[in-house]
Design a protein around this ligand. Structure first.
Ligand SMILES: [Zn+2]
Length: 113
């Protein structure tokens, strides 16, 4: 399951950051998820709850922000917004698009006690 692996790597990042700051508990985690990343948010929340059980991030609130997708259109020679991979350029209708933003997920920051 894709989301389980994501939740595990998130926990590693969160735990490393918490240790660095000498924290004993993480109360919230802020995530940025790209609109084109195919991450199922509900599944991710479920997996995060499961992997953090017994860790210092147990019970931490998961605050998820969605970042919009963006692609570079070759014919237009400019960056255009992209709602979904496989869609044409909203300006010229061409499919020669290179996704430049919105495909990844990252931990933006954490709140610690
Ligand atoms: Zn275009």
């Amino acid at each position: 399951m894709h989301e389980m692996a994501l939740a595990e790597s998130m926990l590693e990042i969160v735990e490393a950051a918490a240790r660095k700051h000498g924290a004993t508990r993480v109360s919230a985690v802020r995530l940025e998820i790209g609109a084109l990343s195919h991450v199922a948010v509900d599944a991710l929340r479920f997996c995060f709850d499961a992997v953090t059980r017994g860790s210092l991030a147990e019970g931490a609130a998961l605050d998820i922000e969605s970042t919009p997708g963006e692609a570079w259109c070759m014919p237009c020679g400019t960056a255009v917004p992209l709602a979904q991979v496989g869609e044409p350029c909203p300006r010229c209708g061409n499919y020669q698009l290179q996704v430049t933003r919105g495909e990844d997920m990252r931990v933006k920051d954490i709140a610690i006690d």
